[in-house]
Design a protein around this ligand. Structure first.
Ligand SMILES: [Zn+2]
Length: 1049
């Protein structure tokens, strides 16, 4: 009765409700309500009869709950599905000691600072799905989580903390001083005391370790499986030692050098910045100027062209968006292939400009007149000019620069080798040294010439620039200016402030020497998902000639260089690096930053070239990308321990997969590759850090906006795990968070918010009810003894097996292609369209009311077992918690006594179950079913003639008995009443009986098989109190089938 009552809910739009109703009896109309509504039941006492037979109906039974149970998850399911499973996995030997049976996903270390955001969840869950699938494929998996611990953000936090502490201390002392205490000296010394590197290191380390612990906990709360007991941290001594060894190899290969070069410089944090640390602001406003530099000497060709003495006030006109760099001007670049001309006016004299640009310059001052003179850029190369900002008598050259264009400006380019990359390269070629009289805070220094002494100490990005513009005006050098020039300009990604370019001595890796071999290896041997990543990474490497690896910070791995105290000359060789590494290995990194220590210990034992006390330790630390970029060594070490490193070197890569956000093409993917290739012996086959790179997009809110605290649209992982009423986010638990990740197309940006999460929650419920239905109806079934052979299955069973096969194949392909959203889509379709609305709907009558051991019921259970195994296998990488719960509730013939579905490996559905012919047949039968349903729905909803489709009989008349439709229906005639959920199905009956109602579709075209007439009429039989079908004859207590079942119980 339960079964049939439930059918009245069939038409509910949310199909899974039907499944839920199946398992809960409370919401059904009571038998009394039902019988009083239906006069045809009056010949027997329906309520009594129903009660009498209720114990003969087999209700689904299992200990699997309607909802997930938080307590059970914490105490049992999560440990089983994560830590215990990983432990089991990692203790196993690699099968046959064959590297192909080991799968390594190397973790890109998140930064040990701040709380986890939803992007972290996306990243870690994708990784977890990948390794779980590999585990299911029978491999041993290795996943060691890592953390990036050094670097500026942590150091800044520490400085802030130390600063606050000091402020409070100063405040306290000042108060005491006022009160008459003798603390003046103490106060003074505190006010002038520099924060020591060791203080910064100590606190930064504390902060990193504490954050790492919290983040690790949070990752485990997401059901992430891995070696959380032994993570790798870039602050670990062993990690630092490995990094120094890699540095040494790069040095040995001649790839490390020091140079005074212009580098990107963040003035707020007083450090050099890598390209990867820049953000371009398209709306940056600069003050720009056209500036005149008087010509001091004309070359031979140009004097001939111009005629001597004709142009007494001849100047070269340049344009700059960084007027503050004019103090460092060393040359003007022209392009020798371009034509140049002279414009003239009373006010400005004669101006040399690029011919192509003369019109745009004339627009600035219409009084300018053309002279008609034209000459080649090459003619300027033996001329000189003066810079009136400096002392009189200084002369500077014109140089050819291929970077000079004639699209904007004047085609004459102000060149300051201390403040620009192109400028630097051109000057280098011409023997001009970089000059940058700007300090680490971006202020002019005393290196400025005496004429600019009043600029010393001014910030070049502020008052220094303004003063320079004023000075240009005073000296009549300014031709025109624009104080609101909007253009794209690099900013420091941390301070969000514009950067400058400044020449300082820095340490570099020479990328140019290894980029060809690197990009070749990438092209030939690395797989990318999505594929576009390949081009990106290759172009990033191709566009890079060097990597500035020194940073002027304390919280990091030191660059192991000693410097001569008096000259500042670096002292670096193989032995020094070796020695420094040894000392740090023995004493830890702190000893390098100790200020008053015995210098002799840092020198090689055989050092005789001087007194160690004449040297100091370098203060630069390494770019943190070098830290994380060295982490491939963690994997190599593991392979060494497993005795598999030879095999790895032979196959040419260490880890199977690196997976990170797409911004890591310019970050970690690249730094890992460069440190690996740079430290390799280039004569041998290069071992790459990875074989496959998978990238994901970023997380956005539902409107596609970036999440930010100020917009209030931030969704945190815990909001999804535990729910957040304010954000209207339901509590979805571990599986819900993971299902959201899996259903997202992560190859581009992924959105998250209440709507999508509500949808995820509904999907998860459907999956739970499906499992509950399967487990509940299999509780009296033993697959090893009760299974029914394929030949004895009904066609509907076979059809469903074929769909199960399709699901398994498709999901397997999708896992291999990292396409998880397809898996979720396929599972949803299977659960809703194949199971909930067809197979379960049709078969619950058999499951509940047939004889427990009837062939049909056992056949159904055989199919349900196959479905259970398949869904369990297909879903366990994505939903490890619910599948573990299902596993724990499954019988031993399903679990084979193993503790986890992963131990049984991927469940392959027998390919003999694949029946495209049946899929085609049922597709047409369901078309017919839908046509009939339209009529039944009218009868039920609109006219309220029918409460349940079981009250009806369906007559289908096919006039053309040669048609495909007739043949199809003839073939399936026997089971059609079941498939249609009606009491009786009649094909081409002699006559349609006259009944209380008759809903007719006179011409229904079913696919392209043919035409039929459909009549839905009232059954002339009575309702059976046991199965609720209208198949009972008057005077009988039960229908024939139920009678038979009850007799044989
Ligand atoms: Zn019956």
């Amino acid at each position: 009765m339960l079964a049939t009552a439930c059918r009245s809910l069939r038409s509910q739009p949310r199909r899974y409700l039907c499944l839920r109703q199946l398992i809960s009896t409370r919401q059904f109309p009571s038998a009394r309500q039902f019988s009083t509504l239906n006069p045809l039941l009056s010949d027997i006492n329906f309520e009594d009869a129903e009660h009498k037979y209720s114990s003969t109906v087999i209700l689904p039974k299992s200990d699997f709950g309607n909802r997930s149970n938080a307590k059970l998850i914490e105490s049992t399911l999560k440990p089983q599905a994560t830590s215990q499973l990983y432990e089991w996995n990692i203790k196993r030997d690699v099968k046959n000691n064959d590297l192909n049976n080991l799968f390594i996903l190397h973790d890109g270390p998140p930064y040990a600072n701040g709380d986890l955001h939803i992007g972290h969840a996306l990243n870690k869950i994708l990784k977890d799905i990948i390794i779980r699938f590999q585990l299911l494929e029978g491999k041993k998996v290795h996943y060691k989580p890592g953390w990036d611990c050094h670097g500026l953000p942590i150091e800044l936090k520490t400085l802030e903390k130390l600063g606050k502490e000091r402020k409070q201390e100063i405040k306290k002392l000042k108060k005491q001083l006022k009160e008459g205490a003798d603390v003046k000296d103490e106060l003074e010394s505190l006010e002038h005391q520099r924060l020591s590197s060791l203080d910064i290191i100590r606190l930064s380390k504390q902060h990193a370790l504490a954050t790492q612990k919290v983040q690790s906990q949070s990752f485990q709360e997401m059901g992430i499986m891995g070696d959380f007991q032994h993570p790798y941290l870039t602050l670990h001594r062993s990690f630092v030692i490995n990094q120094l060894k890699i540095f040494k190899k790069l040095f040995d290969h001649g790839l490390i050098h020091r140079q005074e070069k212009p580098v990107y410089w963040g003035c707020e944090n007083a450090t050099a910045l890598a390209e990867g640390e820049l953000e371009y602001n398209n709306k940056h406003e600069s003050k720009t100027a056209y500036v005149k530099f008087p010509i001091s000497k004309l070359g031979n060709k140009l004097s001939a062209t111009l005629g001597s003495g004709q142009f007494p006030r001849l100047s070269a006109l340049i344009w700059t968006s960084t007027p503050w760099t004019l103090a460092s001007n060393k040359a003007i670049c022209v392009n020798q292939r371009y034509k140049y001309t002279v414009l003239t006016s009373d006010e400005d004299g004669q101006l040399i400009v690029g011919t192509e640009l003369k019109d745009s310059i004339k627009e600035l001052k219409p009084e300018l007149k053309e002279t008609g003179i034209e000459f080649s850029g090459a003619d300027l190369l033996d001329c000189t000019y003066t810079n009136p900002l400096l002392e009189e008598g200084s002369e500077f050259p014109f140089l050819h620069g291929s970077h000079v264009t004639n699209i904007t400006g004047t085609a004459l380019v102000h060149t300051a080798p201390g403040h620009g990359q192109d400028d630097y390269l051109v000057c280098l070629k011409n023997g001009i040294k970089p000059y940058s009289p700007v300090d680490h805070r971006g202020r002019y220094t005393s290196e400025l010439p005496s004429t600019l002494a009043d600029f010393i100490g001014l910030k070049v990005l502020g008052e220094g620039n303004d003063k320079m513009l004023e000075r240009l005006k005073e000296l009549q050098m300014c031709f025109a200016r624009n104080d609101h020039y909007i253009h794209s300009y690099p900013y420091d990604w941390r301070s969000k402030k514009p950067i400058i370019i400044r020449a300082t001595p820095q340490w570099f890796i020479d990328v140019s020497k290894i980029k060809e071999v690197t990009t070749k290896a990438l092209q030939e041997r690395v797989h990318f998902h999505p594929e576009k990543g390949s081009k990106r990474l290759i172009s990033f490497i191709n566009n890079r000639n060097e990597w500035c690896i020194s940073r002027q910070r304390s919280w990091g791995v030191p660059i192991p260089v000693l410097y001569k105290k008096d000259t500042g000359e670096p002292f670096l060789n193989d032995e020094v690096i070796q020695k420094v590494t040894e000392v740090i290995e023995k004493e830890d990194i702190d000893s390098w930053f100790e200020e008053n220590d015995d210098m002799s210990k840092w020198f090689p034992d055989n050092f005789t070239a001087g007194n160690p006390d004449d040297y100091v330790k370098g203060k630069d630390t390494m770019d943190v990308w070098f830290d994380s970029g060295s982490s491939w060594r963690v994997i190599e070490k593991y392979l060494e321990e497993e005795g598999l490193v030879e095999q790895a070197h032979h196959r040419g890569y260490l880890a199977d997969i690196y997976l990170e956000g797409s911004d890591q093409h310019r970050g970690w993917f690249q730094s890992s590759l460069l440190t690996k290739v740079g430290s390799s012996d280039l004569d041998k086959k290069i071992v790459l850090p990875y074989r496959t790179i998978v990238t994901h997009g970023f997380t956005l809110d539902e409107k596609g906006e970036k999440m930010s605290k100020s917009l209030g649209n931030t969704v945190l992982p815990r909001d999804i795990l535990n729910g957040n009423k304010q954000l209207k986010i339901p509590s979805l638990g571990i599986d819900g968070l993971r299902l959201w990740v899996a259903q997202s197309d992560y190859s581009s940006d992924v959105s998250v918010g209440p709507t999508v999460l509500k949808h995820v929650g509904e999907n998860l419920k459907k999956i739970r009810f499906t499992f509950k239905f399967l487990l509940g109806n299999l509780n009296d079934f033993n697959a090893s003894t009760d299974s029914v052979a394929y030949e004895e299955l009904d066609n509907l069973d076979r059809y469903v097996l074929s769909e199960t096969y399709n699901l398994e194949r498709s999901c397997l392909q999708s896992y291999k292609a990292f396409n998880y959203s397809k898996i979720v889509k396929d599972v949803n379709h299977f659960v809703n369209s194949v199971l909930s609305s067809i197979y379960f709907d049709v078969r619950k009558d058999c499951l509940y009311t047939d004889h427990p051991k009837s062939l049909k019921r056992r056949a159904t259970q055989t199919v349900l077992t196959e479905i259970l195994r398949t869904l369990e296998s297909v879903l366990c990488p994505i939903l490890p918690i619910i599948t573990q719960e299902v596993w724990n509730s499954s019988s031993g013939d399903v679990t084979q006594g193993l503790a986890s579905p992963f131990m049984l490996q991927w469940h392959t559905v027998d390919n003999s179950f694949h029946r495209p012919d049946l899929e085609q047949d049922f597709k047409s039968l369901f078309s017919l079913r839908n046509r009939i349903k339209v009529l039944t729905d009218t009868a039920m909803r609109k006219d309220k003639n029918v409460r349940n489709s079981l009250e009806t009989v369906v007559y289908v008349t096919v006039n053309d008995e040669q048609s495909d439709l007739y043949n199809l229906l003839k073939k399936y005639e026997q089971g059609m009443d079941d498939y249609l959920l009606v009491s009786k199905f009649v094909l081409n009956g002699d006559r349609i009986p006259t009944a209380d109602y008759n809903y007719e579709d006179v011409s229904a075209e079913i696919d392209d098989l043919g035409n039929c007439k459909i009549n839905v009429v009232k059954s002339d039989k009575l309702k059976c109190p046991r199965c609720w079908k209208f198949t009972r004859d008057e005077g009988d207590e039960l229908c024939d089938r139920c009678n038979d079942v009850v007799d044989h119980l």
